[in-house]
Design a protein around this ligand. Sequence first.
Ligand code: G4P
Length: 192
Amino acid sequence: MDLLKERICRDGIVKDDHVLRVDSFLNHQVDVTLLSEIGKELRRRFDGEGINKILTIEASGIGIACIVAQSFDDCPVVFAKKNKTANIDDSFYSTRIESFTHGRVYDVMLSKEYLNPEDRVLIVDDFLANGCALMGLTEIIEEAGATFVGAGIVIEKGFQPGGDNLRAKGYRVESLAIIDKMDPVNGITFRE
Ligand code: G4P
C-alpha cells in the first residue's frame, strides 16, 4: 500500500534496527483518513470472505479496528482485554501472551458472549513482530469455534519471525507494509 509506505518513510522514526515509532499518525496521534484508506484496502483484499466480526487487542488495535470496520459493513469490533490478574471465570476465553518487546507475559480475556461459532473473524492490529499476540487471538477464535479468516496488519516487521511463522501454518496474513530491514542511518527497506 504505497500511501502507507510513503507515510512511514515521511513520518516514521527508526529508533534502532528493531523499533519503529509511528506516534505521529498511528500509535498516539491518529490520522483517521489514513485509517479509512487502510480499511478500504483490507476490504479489497478480504472481499467476499463473509467477515462479520473484527477482533483486536487493546490498546492500539482498537481505534484502527473501529475505522476498518466501517469498510466491512459496520460489523462489530471486539477487543481482547489485557488482564494483570488472571481473575477469569468460565464466561471468558483467556490465553497467555508473551511480549518480547515489553519483556513480559500477560493474560488476555474475551467474554464468551462476543465470539460465536457463526463468526467469520478478521483480526486487525497495528504491528506484527514475533506474532505472539496474533497466535493468542487465533487460540481464542478456535476455542470459540469461530472461523479465523485472516489477519489485516498495518505494519509487519518482516525481519522478526511472526508473519512468516503464521503463513507457514497456513494462516492468511495480509500486511499492508512489510519492513525487511531498517536502521536510523540507511532508513527502511520494504518487502516488494
Ligand atoms: P508480537 O505480538 O508480534 O509478538 O509483538 P511484541 O510482543 O514483540 O510486541 C508487543 C507490543 O509492541 C505490541 O503492542 C506491538 O504493537 C508493539 N510493537 C512491536 N514492535 C513495535 C515497533 O517497532 N514499533 C511500535 N511502535 N510498536 C511496536 P502492545 O503491547 O499490544 O501495546 P499497545 O501499544 O497496543 O497497547
